[in-house]
Ligand binder design. Structure first.
Ligand code: FES
Length: 177
């Protein structure tokens, strides 16, 4: 039987100690450590969706580019379909599932998307949330131009409301009337 961690089962609870030697690609996903012992060329998107069952991150085409498959790798937004697991050993990955607090409290940007009704079909939403969170980290008071430079697109036409949501979060008004 293959080692459990080969298929995405978390390693033993994080003790804060240095990671032990491993046979595979060690990644931290939303604060949990995993070892991928499968195909090193598997794109991160398939590892997240098909191995870890984190299906929030969406397929946005074979080359990414529309923002649907954005995740944070060591805090930077990257297209998950373009990243083979081989490039990710030792990396810290955050998906949309990792934005809320442990107790389920939504990230202020998630709450702002609800407040501004910025979700149509929802397909693009996880990517907007990842890109928006990184933008707010980098630029706490983003301009319209900053927001419009994000790589994300929305086929439901929610861009104006997305912009309002990011600005609401920036203003600290998420969850307020
Ligand atoms: S909400 Fe449908 S694609 Fe954006």
């Amino acid at each position: 039987m293959a080692p459990a961690q080969a298929h995405g089962v978390p390693l033993a609870a994080d003790s804060g100690a240095a990671p032990a030697a491993h046979d595979g690609i060690a990644v931290e996903v939303n604060g949990e450590r995993f070892v991928h012992a499968g195909d090193p060329q598997m794109p991160l998107l398939w590892y997240l969706r098909d191995v870890l069952w984190l299906t929030g991150t969406k397929y946005g085409g074979a080359h990414g580019g529309n923002g649907a498959d954005l995740v944070l790798v060591n805090g930077k937004p990257v297209s998950a379909i373009t990243q083979p697991m081989a490039k990710l050993d030792g990396k810290r990955i955050t998906t949309v599932e990792g934005l809320a607090a442990i107790d389920g409290t939504l990230h202020p940007l998630q709450q702002a998307f609800i407040d501004e009704d910025a979700i149509g079909c929802g397909y693009c939403t996880p990517g907007w949330l990842i890109a928006g969170c990184e933008l707010l980290q980098r630029k706490p008071q983003p301009t319209d131009a900053d927001i419009d430079q994000l790589p994300n697109t929305c086929r439901c036409g929610c861009q104006t409301r997305v912009r309002a949501a990011i600005k609401r979060a920036a203003a600290g008004k998420a969850g307020q009337a």
